[in-house]
Design a protein around this ligand. Structure first.
Ligand SMILES: [Zn+2]
Length: 84
C-alpha cells in the first residue's frame, strides 16, 4: 500500500515559476487577452543532450536550459490527482 502523503511532491510545488521574459513583458504591458501569465505562456519542455530545456513556442527562444552535467537525476512521471 502506498502512503499517499509521501507522494505529495507530485502535486504542484513550484515556488519560483520560470517564464519567457518576452511573454512576461507582453503580458505585463496588457498586450494579451489572457487572464494570467500562466495562461499566456506557450512552452515546450523536454530532455536534451545537456539536460532539460524550456522553450518559448511563441518567440522561438530559449527560456531555460538546465545542465545536468552528465548526471542521471531521479525523475518521476507519475500523475497524482487530488480527489475533490
Ligand atoms: Zn515568449
Amino acid at each position: 500500500m502506498t502512503d499517499i502523503a509521501k507522494l505529495e511532491y507530485l502535486l504542484n510545488k513550484i515556488k519560483e515559476p520560470i517564464a519567457c521574459v518576452k511573454c512576461s513583458d507582453e503580458f505585463t504591458a496588457g498586450q494579451s487577452d489572457s487572464s494570467s501569465l500562466q495562461d499566456y505562456l506557450k512552452v515546450d519542455v523536454g530532455f536534451t543532450e545537456r539536460g532539460l530545456q524550456i522553450w518559448c513556442q511563441r518567440h522561438h527562444l530559449n527560456i531555460c536550459h538546465i545542465n545536468f552535467e552528465g548526471h542521471k537525476l531521479e525523475s518521476d512521471f507519475r500523475c497524482l490527482e487530488k480527489k475533490s
